[in-house]
Structure formats: structure tokens, C-alpha cells
Design a protein around this ligand. Structure first.
Ligand code: PLP
Length: 387
């Protein structure tokens, strides 16, 4: 049974073109980019070219791009690096309640170290309000971190407005987690106005374990990784040459094919959103109806546990996600769905379907054919009250 993969917000398959670009650096071109001989210098050159491509994509200078091990490291680096380096100016950080755990767990660690954190609430559609941000800014605020687009409900935040408010009313830096948005919507930093941006290659058909943090010149940031002088003394460690080459290739393909891909993704997504809503009663679309990632569809089904639905879908060869997590034996709803204001029982009924460029209409047809019966069967078993 062929698998229908509808979980591209979790990870994506490696693009064959990306693999091809990486192959030499996984085989004969194995040099250390810090070595003086030709083999090392060819690795250095590959990294330099990759950095130029990524910089052009985000509209920044090459020296502003720092390669990392992925989105989690980028978020940790931005938050801890800026907070600790600027603690002499203040110890207040602002974020939102719907951030990825890489941000939320990191701000908790900052609180344990004596920083104060304000978590801005979002509305029912998942939007952060620029006026609420303005009210939260203080003279001692050193950093605002708001994600560009949410991984669980697909909502795109008004980043340019949030940045404008931040820079007009404070000296704080603005960081955005652009892991979900990169390659899907416009992410040029000169247009968004953000000071720091983190991304990850494996969410856009690149390899796992590599990403970058873009840090605009003049931003005071402390390194997390200490050791050699790699990445201009900002991130020590022998460079992941093949990964960096793959990241740049993935970014350039996403850039090249963006218009075509977005049209395709949007049409699949809209067929899912409308098809599921029309075929299954007591269903709600979560996140914003229009300010939404082009590949992202998410739902709440009353009286159903999303986790049970995932198992049913898996039996039919369909890979999807729910956002709930099984912690210490009990099912915990997604913090994002709860932050949107849904009660716990309802929040457990969440399902995310995220499409990719290789999906086709018949993948959506299969979901629209199977899902209504699955939901009806689970509702008949009534694991949770339909009230
Ligand atoms: C996947 C994801 C991350 C984590 O990135 P990794 O490279 O997997 O560590 C961070 N933020 C968001 C919004 C994500 O979707």
C-alpha cells in the first residue's frame, strides 16, 4: 500500500536535486573547511557559495548568516544569545503563547535565570495583536520573539506590523521563527524588518540537522557553542558541509519554484479545508481562514480524539498529525489549540493535514473518501463527550 504523506509541517522528503548537490561532500569532497590544502579549500568555497545563496534569499549580507543544526538551535541561540548578551540593558523578554517548544522551553529557562517573560495571548484565529505588544513593551525589554507562521494551526502573524511597533517604542531586538514560512511565503528580512530569523532545512525538502540563524549586523549576541573560530566566532564546530550545501540548494529550489508550488499547494489545501468541512458535521477549521500557510489545513472534530484518528488514518496509509502529546500516560492537548481558547475536551479533537509539492489531487480524494467514516465510527464509540 503506497503511503499518502500529509505531514509536511513535521518534515519533508529530501529533494533528489538536493541529494545530488550534497553527494560530493558526503563522498570524495570530505575536507575540513578550515584546512589549507585544496580539499579543505573546496569545502570552504562550497560553504561560501551556500552562504551567498541563503543571504540573497533573505535579502541580507553573507556575514549575517550563521549556520546551525536546525530550527531548535536557531531559536535557542537567538533567545539565550540575545538575552544574556544584553542583560546589562534589561532582563525582560516578550513572546507569544503559541510559539514552538524550542522557544517556550527556552524562555522558561531564562525565567529560571532571573529574566522576566511576557507571553502575549492570541485571538481565536491565532493572531498576535500589535496593540497588545505595544502595551507589553518596557524600557528593559531586550527581545521580542514572535513566530512568522504557526506550525499547528497555520496562522501567519503580522510580523511587519509587530516589528514596526517594537522598533518605534523600544530598543528591543525582534526575532522570528521562520521555520514554517521559509519557502512558502515571502520571508525577506529587509521587508519583514526583523533583527534575527531562524530556519531549518528539513521543512523545505532539505536535509535534517541543519539550519541557520540570520543575525543583522550590529545585533549584540553571545555564542552558545564555544570552541574554534567557526562562523566568525559565533558558532563553534566543524561545519556540516554537505548539510549546508543541501540547505542552500533547498532554499534556491524553493525560491525558483515558489510561485508554481504555492499555486499547487493552495489548491490542494483549499480542497482539503472545504471538503472536510462540508463532509463532516461538527467540524471547525482552526487557525486563520486566509492569513494561513499555503500548505496547511487544520481541524477540530467534536467528540473525537485526534490521536485515535491518526491511528485509523495510518491503517489506510495516510500520515497526518494531531498536535496532542502523550505525557506520563495521559493525553495532553496541544498548547496552541488551548491558547486559541478551546476547552481541553475540544482541543483533543485536532487534526493537521499539511501537503507538499509531490502530493496530487487523488491524495486529497482519498482523505475526503475515508475521513468522514472514520470520524463517524469514532464518534459512535464516544471516547469523549460530544457535548
Ligand atoms: C520544526 C520546527 C522547529 C524545529 O526545527 P528543527 O530543525 O526540527 O529543530 C522550530 N519551529 C517551528 C515552527 C517548527 O515547525
Amino acid at each position: 500500500m503506497p503511503m499518502v504523506y500529509l505531514d509536511h509541517s513535521a518534515t519533508t522528503p529530501l529533494d533528489p536535486e538536493v541529494l545530488q548537490a550534497m553527494m560530493p561532500y558526503l563522498t570524495e569532497e570530505f575536507g575540513n573547511a578550515s584546512s589549507v590544502y585544496g580539499l579543505g579549500q573546496r569545502a570552504r568555497q562550497a560553504i561560501d557559495e551556500a552562504r551567498d545563496e541563503v543571504a540573497a534569499f533573505y535579502g541580507v549580507e553573507a556575514r549575517e548568516v550563521i549556520f546551525t543544526s536546525g530550527g531548535t538551535e536557531g531559536d535557542n541561540f537567538a533567545l539565550r544569545g540575545v538575552a544574556y548578551r544584553n542583560a546589562d540593558r534589561g532582563r525582560h523578554v516578550i513572546t507569544s503563547t503559541i510559539e514552538h517548544d524550542a522557544v517556550l522551553r527556552t524562555v522558561e529557562s531564562l525565567e529560571r535565570d532571573g529574566f522576566e517573560v511576557t507571553r502575549l495571548r492570541v485571538d481565536r484565529l491565532g493572531l498576535v495583536d500589535p496593540d497588545a505588544l505595544q502595551a507589553a513593551l518596557r524600557p528593559d525589554t531586550v527581545l521580542v520573539s514572535i513566530m512568522h507562521a504557526n506550525n499547528e494551526v497555520g496562522t501567519i502573524e503580522p510580523i511587519a506590523d509587530l516589528v514596526a511597533v517594537t522598533h518605534e517604542h523600544s530598543d528591543a531586538y525582534f526575532h522570528t521563527d521562520a521555520v514554517q514560512s521559509t519557502g512558502k511565503i515571502a520571508t525577506r528580512m529587509d521587508e519583514l524588518g526583523v533583527d534575527l530569523l531562524s530556519m531549518s532545512a528539513h521543512k523545505l525538502h532539505g536535509p535534517k540537522g541543519v539550519g541557520c540563524l540570520v543575525v543583522r549586523s550590529g545585533v549584540r549576541i553571545e555564542p552558545l557553542m564555544l570552541g574554534g573560530g567557526h562562523e566568525r566566532n559565533r558558532r563553534a564546530g566543524t561545519e556540516n558541509v554537505a548539510g549546508i550545501v543541501g540547505l542552500a540548494k533547498a532554499v534556491s529550489i524553493a525560491h525558483r519554484d515558489m510561485a508554481e508550488n504555492v499555486g499547487h499547494l493552495t489548491s490542494l489545501r483549499d480542497r482539503l479545508l472545504e471538503g472536510v468541512r462540508d463532509r463532516i458535521p461538527a467540524t471547525e477549521i482552526t487557525g486563520h481562514p486566509t492569513k494561513r500557510l499555503p500548505h496547511h489545513a487544520s481541524f477540530l472534530f467534536q467528540g473525537v480524539e485526534g490521536e485515535s484518528l491518526l491511528l485509523q488514518l495510518d491503517m489506510d496509509g495516510i500520515a497526518a498529525s494531531s498536535g496532542s502529546a502523550c505525557t506520563s500516560g495521559s493525553l495532553e492537548p496541544s498548547h496552541v489549540i488551548l491558547a486559541l481558547g478551546y476547552p481541553r475536551e475540544r482541543a483533543l479533537g485536532s487534526l493537521r493535514l499539511s501537503v507538499g509539492k509531490d502530493n496530487v489531487d487523488t491524495d486529497v480524494d482519498l482523505v475526503l473518501e475515508r475521513l468522514p467514516d472514520m470520524v463517524a465510527r469514532l464518534r459512535a464509540m464516544a471516547p469523549i463527550s460530544a457535548a
